[in-house]
Design a protein around this ligand. Structure first.
Ligand code: SF4
Ligand code: SF4
Length: 550
């Protein structure tokens, strides 16, 4: 953060004036603070990816394979046949510009190449040149004619521009909501990154978690014993707050449900408080209703950084979920608060690694509710599960234990736009908190603004980019902070919980960040618990202080 200017200075430098040169004539300038470190070779070697080597985006020579253009042309062609949606997106954009000012990176930077329409043009210009009849014919009339058509050859300069700008897109899909044709620039970025991957152009903040996840089952590379140690540590913390010793299950065969969540929640604050929230909830359900929910140190990652790399890698990393559910013989899978995990689960898992016909169609054993939407994936979102429990009066709750918080809710991009999970988290929050305030309508639900660090961009070296990307979201938080005194930004995504603390510290230090199940656990009355005087963060609960402290 020290290398960043003050927020006021930062704001004064954002310039949305059109550049004096057209985008094709504006050379790419790869800047520190925006670009991410290149992937280290051992990450790529571990998963068998091409062209592992030490390189930097600031080097002149990126040490590409000699025939890199040929590899990319072939990869482009193959993928146009496979991803018909992208081919359509290449053909139908009318360049109306409706998406132009909808990207948080454009709003926060003013860089025209961060307009979704231009980001897509980076790829589309090569598509026009290499894969359209008009591009072929106009090629006979020279570069000028091709340029007038918006076509250009894939040169080294173009390749560097691809790399720089495809790693300035969080694949959030906000732009697609505003496109009259439904063009999804996230799909274009995914396509572009997959091509770059063919010649070893990855970033380390994606490649390292991918390699860790492949090796140990989770992005942080946590070994099974360390994972269990951390959960054991949380049981001590919970006991201190509530006087109840929870007893989580690990890899319990024939448990009712397998629980999978992002590993970030097991190892990094404030996600750890959300993790404690799950543990308290599961303890409550076991004590009250005899429901057995098991954790797994093998399927110890819900997130999937393979998704930010290639479809093939996404499939490889996702496979452990069904494999573990099958091995344990559970009925169905419950998933924790994560963003892109749900995009992968909801939109790809069943076709990539299913059918999971060895699992049952998910039904809540407590309320009898059938989760029809999870019929094919056999995986239910914890907010759906808990909203249903609350609706049926199955949880004992004291929302006043969250009265020290004025809460707003950030719709994480993937659960909101990727699976339509809009009402359930709000329903849960409103039942466990007495003070809830919505941010302005054009910044929430389907139109939610990204945290600015998703899709693998939550690195340390690109802090300027991350603060640009977080600006629109936190501007909306600032609005409810000033209007209603909001002091807690809740969310249901582990990347959000990793990204927001840094961004809030910079843009809005008066506001903190939490997961929804931290709020649930604060309110949840466990059987046999002692009088609570502090919340899960060990912060005193106003009006509930210990008599000794009064
Ligand atoms: S809104 Fe859609 S059609 Fe219009 S420029 Fe953007 S991507 Fe193209
Ligand atoms: S997907 Fe999100 S980050 Fe990418 S161009 Fe669209 S709005 Fe910007």
């Amino acid at each position: 953060m020290s290398e960043l200017p003050s927020p006021d200075e930062f704001l004064s430098k954002i310039d949305h004036k059109p550049s004096p040169t057209g985008w094709m004539d504006t050379p790419v300038e790869i800047r520190r603070g925006i670009a991410c470190h290149a992937a280290k070779p051992d990450r790529l070697e571990y998963v068998g990816f091409p062209n592992p080597r030490d390189w930097s985006c600031f080097d002149e020579d990126w040490q590409l394979p000699e025939n890199w253009q040929e590899i990319l042309h072939k990869g482009f062609k193959e993928r146009l046949d496979r991803f018909r949606s992208v081919k359509i997106f290449m053909d139908i954009c009318v360049r109306c510009g409706a998406c132009a000012d909808k990207c948080h990176f454009f709003i926060g930077s003013g860089d025209p190449k961060n307009m979704p329409v231009v980001r897509a043009e980076l790829l589309r210009s090569v598509y026009r040149n290499d894969f359209t009849t008009a591009g072929n014919i106009l090629g006979l009339f020279g570069k000028k004619a091709k340029k007038a058509y918006g076509a250009r050859e894939l040169t080294l300069e173009v390749l560097k521009e691809w790399w720089y700008y495809f790693f300035q897109c969080t694949e959030c899909r906000r732009c697609s909501v505003f496109c009259p044709y439904g063009i999804d620039t996230a799909e274009i970025t995914i396509f572009g990154r997959e091509l770059l991957n063919l010649i070893g152009l990855n970033i380390d903040w994606i490649a390292a978690p991918v390699a860790f996840c492949y090796r140990t089952g989770n992005h942080l590379g946590i070994q099974p014993h360390a994972y269990k140690d951390m959960i054991d540590f949380f049981t001590d913390e919970i006991e201190e707050v509530c006087g109840v010793r929870v007893k989580p299950h690990f890899m319990k065969k024939k448990a009712d449900i397998l629980f999978i969540t992002p590993s970030g929640d097991v190892f990094a604050d404030p996600g750890t408080f959300t993790c404690m929230g799950y543990m308290m909830l599961f303890h409550f359900l076991q004590e009250k209703y005899g429901l057995e929910i098991t954790w797994s140190t093998y399927a110890s990652e819900g997130g999937n950084f393979g998704f930010f790399t290639s479809h093939e890698m996404m499939k490889r990393l996702n496979a452990k979920m069904y494999a573990e559910a099958k091995r344990l013989g559970v009925k169905w899978i419950l998933g924790g608060e994560c963003g892109h995990m749900w995009r992968v689960v909801h939109q790809y898992m069943d076709t990539m690694n299913g059918p999971a016909d060895f699992l049952e169609e998910p039904v809540s054993p407590i309320t009898g509710t059938k989760f029809e939407n999870a019929r094919s994936t056999k995986m239910v979102h914890i907010c759906e599960f808990v909203a249903d429990l609350i609706k049926h009066g199955k949880l004992d709750l004291d929302p006043s234990r969250n009265d020290h918080l004025k809460v707003t809710f950030h719709d994480s991009c993937n659960p909101a736009r990727g699976m339509g999970l809009l009402e359930e988290p709000r329903y849960v929050i409103k039942n466990v908190c007495n003070h809830f305030y919505e941010m302005p309508a054009n910044t929430i639900r389907e139109q939610t603004f990204c945290c600015g660090s998703g899709a693998g961009l939550n690195a340390g070296e690109n802090m300027e980019l991350r603060m640009q990307g977080a600006l629109p979201r936190l501007n909306a938080v600032k609005y409810v902070h000033e209007k209603h005194g909001v002091n807690m930004l809740s969310c249901i995504c582990a990347i959000d919980r990793a990204a927001f603390p840094t961004a809030l510290e910079y843009w809005l230090p008066e506001v903190d960040n939490c997961g929804v199940h931290e709020l649930v656990a604060n309110a949840l009355i466990l059987p046999g618990e002692k009088k609570r005087t502090v919340d899960l963060r060990n912060e005193p609960l106003p009006g509930m202080e210990d008599e000794d402290d009064e």
